[in-house]
Design a protein around this ligand. Structure first.
Ligand SMILES: Cc1cc2nc3c(=O)[nH]c(=O)nc-3n(C[C@H](O)[C@H](O)[C@H](O)COP(=O)(O)OP(=O)(O)OC[C@H]3O[C@@H](n4cnc5c(N)ncnc54)[C@H](O)[C@@H]3O)c2cc1C
Ligand code: SF4
Ligand code: SF4
Length: 1011
C-alpha cells in the first residue's frame, strides 16, 4: 500500500466521518477565494470532535500535514495546501444556548457566523465581528483569520473589541501531537502547576513573551490606535496585562499552530433597532477624512464605497433600487454608510437625527445626506456594500480584478492620507481598483487588475504589493486588516514587525507545532506571494471547442471556469436565494455552484481531473445540479452552471448512447406529440411500473397525464381568437401547457382576450427546446431555436409581443437563445419581444379583474433569473390579492430533474427546504399561485393536499366567480379537472384506432390457431 493509500485507509478506520482521497475531492479543495492553488493530499469531513482528534493522531503516525477549513472563503491562501484538509463545516455546527451570566456562547468550529447571531439575538446579544461572508463563513474560520466585519465598530464601542480575538473567551484546542485542552487567560500559578506537554507549552510561551516584551510593546499598537491589526501572531496577548491569554494568542494563527474544537465567544448587546445615514462625498479620500468626528457619535457601523464600486454594481444591475436611493447618486464620488443602533426605534432614530444635524455643521450639504429608517431599505444598502468584493471581480467594462492588496489597515484618522498615497502607487504601476471598506476602523478593500497570467504582470503584482506594504507600515498600519497573512502577505511580515518579532513568531509556532505539520508554508517561513498561483505565467488550460458563445467571457470557456471567486454565497445553508438547492440539501462542497465550477476549472487544467469531458468526477458533481439558474442570478460574479452543465453533457454524450431518461425527458416534446394521438391510452400505460422503468423515471412519482385535447386543437376548434380586432399578441404554446396543463393555456388565452388583445397562436410542432439543455442535446437545441426564429419571425419582426405561459420555456428566449446564438440579430429581436405572462400585463398596462383574496406566491427559478417575479406580485396586488411571496430555494422538481430515478430524495428534500412546508402551513382558504409546471407538480405531489393555480387562472376565477372568488376550503378545487375535452367525433376516431388494432390482433391470433 502506498503512503497516501495507507493514510486514507487508516483515516477511514479511525473516523466516523467522510474520508475522500479521490481526484474529485482534491480538485474541490485545491483553491479558496485567494490567488493560490495547491491540490491537497485528501479530505476528511469529521462527524464528531473525537473524529478531529483522531485525524490528528493518524496524520501524526503517517507524518502527514494538516489544514483546517471552514467555508474556505479565505483570501490569502490560508486553506490551500498539500496536506490533509479537515472540513469542519458540514457536521461540526453545534451552537449552544447563550450564557446570560457571562454573556458568552459555546460553539463548534463549523457553526456559521450568522446562525450564531440568529440564535443569540433572541437573548438580545450578538457575536460582534460579522465578515461580509457572515451568512456562510464559520466561527472556526473567524477564529483562524481573526476576522472582523461591519459591526466590529459595534463590538469596539459596546462590546469587547473590534476583532474576533477580542471577542474570544476561551478555546478548546488539539495540537498536532494530540494534546486536547482548553486555553484562555492563564494565571502564573496555573503555568507553574501544569505538567506534561501542556505545561511545557505554557512555560515556553511565557519565556518567549518575557524575552521579547520590549519589542512586543513597541510594535503592537493598542486596538484604540490601530483597531485592525490582524497580521502576524497576537504575541501581545501573552503580556501580563492581557492575562497571558493563550486563546486570544491563538486567534489569527490561521490553523498553523493548533486546531480549534470548540470556542466560547463573548457577546455584544444586539442593539436590534437600526437607523442608517448615508453621506455623499467627492471622493473616497475626503470621505475617509471624516472618520474622527463621525466616530465621536459612536455608530455601530461606519463603511465606505467609491463610485467605481457603485458603477460596477449599477452596470451589473445589482441592487438597482438601493443604488438609486443613495444621496447624490448621479454625481457623488464616494459614500459613507453610518449605522446607529439602540434597543428602541425612537432611540436609534434620535441618534441618527443628532448625527445628521452635526453632519450639516461639518459641511454636508442638502442632497448629500439621506436618513434611512426602513429595515428593508437599510438591508438593501448594506448588500450594496457587502457585494463589493464580488461585484468588482469581473466588472462589465472588462478586465479581471484579483485580491492581493485588498485589506490593509491604518489608524483611522490617517486613512484619507494613506489612500491618497496608495492611489499614487496604483498609478505608478498602471493598476486600477475600486475602493470600499471599513473606514471606521481604517481598513480599506480593493480588488486590483493584476495580470496574473504573464511573467511581467506577476512582476508588477509583486513590485506593487511590496511598495504598498512599505507605505502601509510607514502609516503605522497592518498589512492585513481582516483577511490574514496566509501566503499573500506572510513574506512581508518583517517589514511590519522586524526580524526579531518574526523570529518570535517562528518560535511561537514551534512551541505549538514542533513537527511543523500544521498548515506549513503559511504565516511563518511562508511560500512566496508569487508561487502556487492559481493562474500564473504558465497558465495554459485546455481550450476545447464549445457550443455556447460565452459572451461575458469573451467567448472563452476557460475564463468562465475561473469566474468563481470563492465567495461562498452558494454555500448559504438556507435563506431567500435560490442558489444552491443541492447544497442546501446535501451540505457537500461538491454540490455547490463553487464546487462544480472548480471541477470544471480542474478539468481544463488536466492535472488532477484527467479525463476531460469524460470525467466521472465532474459528472458526479453536475448530476445534482438542478439547472435551476439560481446561480445565474444569485452568484455575485454570474457563474452560469446550467450553461456549463449543458456544455459538458453535450460533449460527454456526443455520438454515444445516453441514459434512457435523457431521451424520455429531453425529447419530451416529441414524446408528447406522439402521446397526444392517443392520450387516454398513454395515460393508462403511464401509471405502470414498466413505463416508468423504461423512461428512467422514479417509481415514487405519478406520471403527469396528457391532456385529452391540446391547447392548439382547442384554439383551432373555437375558431381562433375571440378578439380579432384587438392588438395582436402571440401566446407561445409550450409543450407543458399545450399538451398537459391545457386548463392553464385556456385561462391564459381568455385572460389576454378579456384585457382586449387579440391572441395569435403558432400551430404545428412548436417547442422552445427547454428540456434539451438539461440533457446536453445542444445540436438539436440550436435547430429548435432556428426553427423558433422562423416560426415566430412574422410576429417579432413586426413588433408583436411573444408571451410565455411557462416561465422556463419563455426563459429560453431570454437566456439560452442569447448564449447559443450570440451574434444573431433575429435572436436579439425575439429575446427583446419576449415576456413572461405577468410581465406582459405590466409592460402594456393591462387591467386585470379584481379578486379580493389572500394568496401565497411561488416564483419559478427560471423566471427569477430572467426578470424576476416583481411583475407577478404587482399584478396580484393590482387585482386586490393580498400576496405573500415564499422565497426559499427551488421547488426541487426543476423540470424533469426530480422525475429521474435517483433524484427523488434530493428533489423532495429541496422542496422541504421551504416551499412545501409553507404551502402546508397556509390557510386552506388561501390560494396558492405558481406558474411553473414543475413547481405546480411538486406542490401537488409533495404531500401538501393543495394544487397551485397559474396567475391566469386567478383571473379566470375572478371573471367567473366575481371579486370574492370561489368560497370555502381549497378554492382551487373548482379548477381541478377543467381541461378542454375533444368532440365526440374526435373521441370516436381515437377509440376506433386501438379497437381496429385489437380486432386485427385477435383476428391474426385466431388465424394462427386455426393453422
Ligand atoms: C467576498 C468576501 C468578503 C469577505 N469579507 C470579509 C470581512 O468583511 N471581514 C473579514 O474578516 N473577512 C472577510 N472575508 C474573508 C473570510 O470570509 C473570513 O476570513 C472568514 O472568517 C473565513 O471563514 P471561513 O469559514 O471561510 O474560514 P476558512 O477560509 O475555511 O478558514 C480560515 C482560516 O481559519 C482556519 N481554521 C478554520 N477552522 C479552523 C479550526 N477549527 N481550527 C483552527 N483553524 C481553523 C483555516 O485553517 C484558515 O487558516 C471575506 C472573504 C470574501 C471572499
Ligand atoms: S459560485 Fe458564485 S456564489 Fe459560489 S463561491 Fe463562486 S462566486 Fe461565490
Ligand atoms: S443551476 Fe441551481 S443547482 Fe445548479 S449550480 Fe446553479 S444554483 Fe446550484
Amino acid at each position: 500500500m502506498t503512503g497516501r493509500r495507507a493514510l486514507a485507509h487508516d483515516l477511514r478506520a479511525a473516523v466516523e466521518g467522510e474520508v475522500r482521497f479521490d481526484a474529485g475531492a482534491r480538485a474541490l479543495y485545491a483553491t479558496d477565494a485567494s490567488n493560490f492553488r495547491q491540490p491537497p493530499i485528501g479530505v476528511v469531513v469529521p462527524r464528531t470532535l473525537d473524529d478531529v482528534v483522531a485525524v490528528h493522531r493518524v496524520c501524526r503516525e503517517h507524518g502527514a500535514p494538516i489544514v483546517n477549513r471552514g467555508c474556505g472563503t479565505s483570501l490569502s491562501g490560508e486553506t490551500v495546501n498539500v496536506v490533509v484538509v479537515i472540513d469542519h463545516s458540514k457536521y461540526l455546527t453545534a451552537i449552544g444556548d447563550p450564557d446570560l451570566g457571562s454573556q458568552t456562547v459555546l460553539v463548534e468550529p463549523g457553526a456559521i457566523n450568522e446562525k450564531v447571531n440568529r440564535r443569540t439575538a433572541k437573548s438580545g446579544l450578538i457575536f460582534g465581528p460579522d465578515p461580509s461572508t457572515h451568512a456562510y463563513c464559520t466561527i472556526g474560520g473567524n477564529v483562524g483569520n481573526n476576522s472582523c466585519g461591519t459591526h466590529s465598530v459595534q463590538s469596539q464601542f459596546y462590546g469587547h473589541g473590534p476583532r474576533t480575538s477580542d471577542n474570544v473567551h476561551s478555546l478548546e484546542v488539539v495540537t498536532y501531537d494530540g494534546e486536547r485542552f482548553w486555553v484562555g487567560p492563564t494565571s502564573e500559578e496555573e503555568v507553574e502547576a501544569t505538567g506534561g506537554r501542556r505545561g511545557e507549552i505554557y512555560r515556553a510561551l511565557r519565556s518567549l513573551a518575557q524575552r521579547h516584551e520590549a519589542q512586543i510593546r513597541e510594535r503592537f499598537p493598542s486596538p484604540d490606535v490601530l483597531p485592525r491589526r490582524v497580521s502576524g501572531y497576537n504575541l501581545d496577548e501573552l503580556l501580563p496585562e492581557n492575562g497571558f491569554n493563550l486563546a486570544r494568542a491563538l486567534v489569527g494563527t490561521e490553523g498553523t499552530c493548533a486546531t480549534v474544537l470548540q470556542a466560547r465567544l463573548y457577546l455584544t448587546p444586539a442593539m436590534p433597532e437600526r437607523a442608517l445615514v448615508v453621506l455623499a462625498y467627492d471622493d473616497i479620500c475626503s470621505a475617509a477624512d471624516q472618520v474622527e468626528w463621525i466616530l465621536a457619535h459612536r455608530p455601530i457601523g461606519l463603511e465606505a464605497m467609491d463610485r467605481k464600486l457603485f458603477r460596477d454594481e449599477q452596470l451589473k444591475n445589482m441592487h438597482p433600487t438601493a443604488l438609486s436611493e443613495l444621496p447624490a447618486a448621479e454625481e457623488g464620488g464616494a459614500w459613507l454608510l453610518v449605522e446607529f443602533g439602540a434597543d428602541t426605534r425612537g432611540e436609534a432614530d434620535e441618534r441618527a437625527r443628532a448625527f445628521a444635524a452635526d453632519a450639516r455643521k461639518h459641511g454636508v450639504g442638502e442632497g448629500e445626506l439621506s436618513v434611512f429608517d426602513d429595515p428593508e431599505q437599510e438591508q438593501a444598502l448594506w448588500q450594496v456594500r457587502e457585494g463589493g468584493l464580488a461585484a468588482t471581480a469581473f466588472p462589465p467594462q472588462g478586465g479581471d480584478y484579483w485580491p492581493g492588496w485588498e485589506d490593509s489597515a491604518v489608524p483611522p484618522p490617517r486613512l484619507g492620507d494613506y489612500l491618497r498615497d496608495l492611489k499614487r502607487v496604483y498609478a505608478k504601476h498602471g493598476l486600477d481598483g475600486a475602493f470600499y471598506g471599513h473606514v471606521g476602523q481604517g481598513c480599506m478593500h480593493s480588488r486590483i487588475d493584476f495580470d496574473l497570467r504573464s511573467r511581467e504582470g506577476i512582476a508588477t503584482y509583486r513590485a506593487f504589493i511590496e511598495e504598498a506594504a512599505d507605505l502601509c507600515v510607514s502609516y503605522g498600519g497592518s498589512l492585513s486588516g481582516e483577511h490574514g497573512d496566509g501566503q499573500q502577505r506572510a513574506e512581508l511580515l518583517p517589514r511590519q514587525y522586524g526580524e526579531e518579532l518574526v523570529e518570535a513568531f517562528r518560535e511561537f509556532k514551534r512551541i505549538w507545532d514542533p513537527d511543523w505539520k500544521m498548515n506549513p508554508g503559511k504565516v511563518v517561513d511562508a511560500n512566496r506571494l508569487d508561487e502556487n498561483l492559481k493562474l500564473g505565467a504558465g497558465y495554459a488550460p485546455w481550450r476545447p471547442e464549445v457550443r455556447f458563445g460565452y459572451p461575458e467571457d469573451g467567448g472563452d470557456f476557460a475564463h468562465a471556469t475561473v469566474r468563481c471567486v470563492g465567495v461562498g454565497k452558494c454555500r448559504k445553508p438556507d435563506g431567500v436565494d435560490v442558489m444552491c438547492p443541492s447544497f442546501m440539501v446535501t451540505r457537500d462542497e461538491q454540490h455547490t455552484t463553487r464546487g462544480r465550477a472548480r471541477l470544471l476549472f480542474e478539468m481544463l487544467e488536466g492535472e488532477i481531473v484527467e479525463d476531460g469531458w469524460q470525467s466521472d468526477e465532474v459528472m458526479e458533481a453536475l448530476d445534482l445540479c438542478l439547472s435551476c439558474k439560481g446561480c445565474t442570478n444569485d452568484c455575485p460574479v454570474g457563474v452560469d452552471m446550467p450553461t456549463y452543465k449543458a456544455e459538458f453533457l453535450h460533449h460527454r454524450w456526443k455520438r454515444r448512447v445516453r441514459p434512457r431518461h435523457a431521451y424520455a425527458f429531453g425529447l419530451i416534446d416529441q414524446v408528447a406529440r406522439v402521446a397526444s394521438l392517443q392520450p387516454e391510452l398513454v395515460n393508462l400505460l403511464g401509471r405502470t411500473p414498466l413505463f416508468k422503468l423504461a423512461a428512467g423515471m422514479t417509481r415514487h412519482r405519478a406520471t403527469p397525464t396528457f391532456a385529452p385535447l391540446t391547447l392548439q386543437q382547442w384554439f383551432r376548434a373555437r375558431g381562433g381568437t375571440r378578439n380579432p380586432r384587438g392588438r395582436k399578441v402571440v401566446l407561445f404554446p409550450d409543450t407543458f401547457n399545450n399538451r398537459f396543463h391545457t386548463d392553464v393555456g385556456v385561462a391564459c388565452v381568455e385572460a389576454i382576450e378579456a384585457a382586449g388583445w387579440q391572441v395569435a397562436m403558432p400551430q404545428g410542432h412548436v417547442c422552445c427546446g427547454r428540456p434539451l439543455y438539461d440533457y446536453g442535446f445542444l445540436g438539436l437545441a440550436e435547430r429548435y431555436l432556428r426553427r423558433n426564429l422562423e416560426q415566430l419571425r412574422e410576429w417579432y419582426g413586426a413588433g408583436v409581443p411573444i408571451v410565455g405561459m411557462e416561465p422556463s420555456c419563455l426563459a429560453v428566449f431570454k437566456d439560452e437563445l442569447r448564449k447559443l446564438l450570440p451574434d444573431d440579430e433575429d435572436a436579439k429581436r425575439l429575446a427583446e419581444s419576449s415576456y413572461h405572462f405577468a410581465e406582459f400585463f405590466r409592460e402594456f398596462e393591462l387591467e386585470p379583474p379584481r379578486l379580493e383574496r389572500r394568496a401565497l406566491l411561488w416564483g419559478h427559478c427560471h423566471q427569477k433569473a430572467t426578470g424576476g417575479v416583481d411583475a407577478e406580485r404587482e399584478l396580484l396586488e393590482q387585482m386586490g390579492v393580498e400576496t405573500k411571496e415564499v422565497k426559499a430555494g427551488c421547488c426541487g422538481l426543476a423540470g424533469s430533474w426530480g422525475f429521474e430515478a435517483g433524484h427523488y430524495d434530493v428533489s423532495l428534500a429541496a422542496g422541504e427546504q421551504g416551499l412545501l412546508p409553507r404551502v402546508r402551513e397556509a390557510s386552506r382558504l388561501d390560494l396558492v399561485v405558481a406558474n411553473g409546471f414543475s413547481c405546480k407538480t411538486q406542490i401537488e405531489q409533495g404531500g401538501t393536499g393543495r394544487r397551485a393555480l397559474h396567475i391566469a387562472q386567478l383571473m379566470q376565477m375572478a371573471r367567473e366567480h366575481g371579486p370574492g372568488g370561489v368560497r370555502g376550503d381549497r378554492p382551487e378545487r373548482a379548477y381541478d379537472e377543467v381541461r378542454p375535452q375533444p368532440s365526440r367525433l374526435r373521441r370516436a376516431r381515437r377509440l376506433a384506432v386501438p379497437a381496429v388494432a385489437v380486432g386485427a390482433c385477435i383476428h391474426a391470433g385466431r388465424s394462427r390457431l386455426r393453422r
